[in-house]
Design a protein. Sequence first.
Length: 348
Amino acid sequence: MNVRNTSASVSKLVLTAAALLAGCSSEARDLGESEEAILGGALDTNNTFDVGVCTGPLVTDATVGPVGTCRTGAVKCSGTLIGPNLVLTARHCVHTAEPNVGAATPPLFCEQHFTETAFREGGTRVTTSSSLFVGSPKWYDVDKILFPATNSFCDDDIALLILAKPVPYAEARYAGVDFSRDIAKHPPKEVALVGRGVVTEEFSVDPVTLDVTGTANVDRGDLQRRVAEHVPFKCASNKAGKCTVADHSVLTTHSYTLTTGQFLVGPGGGSGDSGSAVFDQKKFDKKFPRVLGVYAWGTIGPDGKSNAGGAVRVDRHRDFIIDGAIEAAWHGLVTKPWWLADADGTKN
């Protein structure tokens, strides 16, 4: 399946550890960075909780791009500020993966697991500026990366970044997390996505096999913050094998079956959108929207265009997120996020 939405070399469901980024962006190949942007989304200046995530070195040579931006050699993703010094993102934006024992060669999408090896050397940082690719981004260094105790490439593609210093509320307000909602039992009708992926993205398809063979066309749109609203919610299930989507990046079968830790939405995200937040559209306009999932991958139709996107369910990582928020508050000596009030008394 599945193109991981990062901005680095793109690869489909049959991914290798070196090319797992389809939602982030790394610029390793000018065209095929896995950067997924909110495809066709509107520029967004309101949802300041959305941040750009850069793993790797910043530009120091002005012939490459604006000094201090995140470009060549770095992975470019999205993230969501969920506390004064805490960012929620996709784990594949910061860590590598390797095949499971006994996996096929090359491994199928879920036949991999995360390692604790940094995806790129040079550190991880986030920016509240509208773009990490152009201009003069304001960066916040990451002090610590938290991740689940389990390391499934599909179910555990989620990470928390504790920042070295908090982001001032006047600069960016943080979002909440809806970890108490079983999205399979109580699915939204539509969702909203906020991220920093590409504007358009098309893939080449073999006319005979209908397999996706590579990237044909992409418009970065400077990887600016964008929002896509009224994206249809498609499927989530607490029983394995219930959610399946057509995906021509899966060779031969052209089909991907979601795990119970994932949910499916309509097309909206692209390379660079990995790590962005998925919200219930009905509650998105509230003063304090709550994250339902972390956008992580996209699927490709027979026309070479995005036909769906997938996210990791936050309700499946409730304790991890709660514990991470408490640790971040102690780490930065900041107030605990307001949404922790929904946690059990023993956790709050």
